[in-house]
Design a protein around this ligand. Structure first.
Ligand SMILES: [Zn+2]
Ligand SMILES: [Zn+2]
Length: 79
């Protein structure tokens, strides 16, 4: 399984449900949970993702510059 966004094959395409501006990709959620994770609160939500994680999706964090909020986006992985 291969995430096209992680591998640079496809840009992350997601819209803010609030303002419909395109979101910018901040990377995989998995990359945010290491010892260098910038935000502590993600540790709590990460456990939630572990339980509900679908193996066919790569979870990314996207950010809306307009609303200044982060959204999690599930990228469908390629076979
Ligand atoms: Zn990915
Ligand atoms: Zn927005």
């Amino acid at each position: 399984m291969l995430c096209p966004v992680c591998n640079g094959l496809q840009p992350l395409f997601a819209q803010c449900e609030n303002c419909h501006e395109p979101l910018s990709d901040l990377g995989r959620i998995a990359d945010w949970t290491g010892p260098y994770a910038p935000y502590e609160p993600w540790e709590a939500s990460e456990q939630q993702y572990e339980q509900t994680a679908e193996t066919t999706h790569c979870k990314h964090i996207a950010f809306c510059l307009n609303c200044e909020r982060t959204v999690d986006v599930g990228i469908t992985e390629w076979m």
